[in-house]
Design a protein around this ligand. Structure first.
Ligand code: PXP
Length: 249
C-alpha cells in the first residue's frame, strides 16, 4: 500500500481505482472508435489513479475483449477486471491475466451492478471460478454487500480481499437513511478487518457522498466510475468547444 511520510508519521493513502466502462459506453453509442477507453486509462494513470477498473460484461455492452487485451499491455498501474463467474468470461480472464479479478453478480437487464454477490448461495460456482483464476496468479476480490454473513462466506471461500457495495449508502433518500447505511459500511469494514481481509469499497460514489466513506478506517481503495466520467464531460467541455471553434476559423 502507498504510504506518505509526514513529520515522522506514516499515513496510509486511500487508493483510487477508476472504472472506465462508461468511456466505452459513449463509444458504443455510435459503435465507432471514440472515445478510446485505452487513452482514458492513460489519462487516469498520469493523474494519480492507482488502478484501472473495467467490467467485461457477458453482453459486451461497453468494454470489449479487445479493450481488455490492450489495457493489459499498456497500463502500468493495477488492472482490475470486474467479472461474473460465467465460464467464457473466466476463460478470457485466465488468458488475459489482469492483475486483479473482482467477481460481481451480473444480470442481463440491469443498468448497472445491482447488489453484491451472494457468496452463500453461489459458494460452489464462486469457488470453482476462484480456483481457476488463482491458478493464473490473479489477485482475487469479491464484491459483496456490507453484511457479516457474506463477509464470513467470503473468508470461507478463500479470498483475501473484498469490495463492499456502497450502493445503498449512495442511493439513500434522506439523511437518516444515509446514516443507517453508512453505519452498516463502518461495521462491515471493521468486521472484515478482524477477519484479516483487505477491504475496498465502491458503487454510486460521487463528489458529494465520497467524503464519509473515504474517512472509514480500514478501507484501502475506492472504485469509482460513473461520477468521474460525468464530471469529465463537464470540466472538459470548455476546452473541447474552444478547440473546435479554433479549428473552424
Ligand atoms: N465497483 C464495482 C464492483 C462495480 O460493479 C462498479 C460499477 O461498475 C463500481 C465499483 C463503480 O460504480 P460507479 O460507476 O457507480 O462509480
Amino acid at each position: 500500500m502507498l504510504k506518505a511520510r509526514s513529520a515522522g508519521l506514516i499515513i496510509k493513502m486511500l487508493k483510487l481505482g477508476v472504472n472506465i466502462d462508461h468511456v466505452a459506453t459513449l463509444r458504443e453509442l455510435r459503435r465507432g472508435i471514440e472515445p478510446e477507453p485505452v487513452f482514458a486509462a492513460l489519462v487516469c494513470q498520469a493523474n494519480g489513479a492507482d488502478s484501472i477498473v473495467v467490467h467485461l460484461r457477458e453482453d459486451r455492452r461497453h468494454i470489449k475483449e479487445r479493450d481488455l487485451c490492450i489495457l493489459k499491455e499498456i497500463v502500468k498501474i493495477k488492472l482490475n477486471l470486474e467479472m461474473s463467474v460465467a465460464a467464457d468470461i473466466v476463460q478470457i480472464a485466465c488468458k488475459v491475466k489482469p492483475d486483479q479479478a473482482t467477481l460481481v453478480p451480473e444480470k442481463r437487464q440491469e443498468i448497472t451492478t445491482e447488489g453484491g454477490l451472494d457468496v452463500i448461495a453461489n459458494f460452489k460456482k464462486i469457488k470453482q471460478a476462484l480456483n481457476k483464476l488463482e491458478s493464473q496468479g490473479i489477485e482475487l476480490s469479491l464484491f459483496i454487500d456490507p453484511d457479516k454473513k457474506q463477509i464470513d462466506a467470503a473468508k470461507k471461500v478463500g479470498v483475501g480481499m473484498i469490495e463492499l457495495h456502497t450502493g445503498r449508502y449512495a442511493d439513500a433518500k434522506n439523511e437518516k437513511e444515509q446514516d443507517k447505511f453508512f453505519k452498516e459500511l463502518e461495521i462491515a469494514t471493521h468486521y472484515a478487518k478482524t477477519k484479516g481481509l483487505v477491504v475496498n469499497a465502491g458503487h454510486g460514489l460521487n463528489y458529494y457522498n465520497v467524503y464519509r466513506v473515504a474517512k472509514i478506517k480500514g478501507i484501502e481503495e475506492l472504485n469509482i466510475g460513473y461520477s468521474i466520467v460525468c464530471r469529465a464531460v463537464l470540466v472538459g467541455l470548455e476546452r473541447a468547444v474552444k478547440e473546435m471553434k479554433a479549428l473552424m476559423q
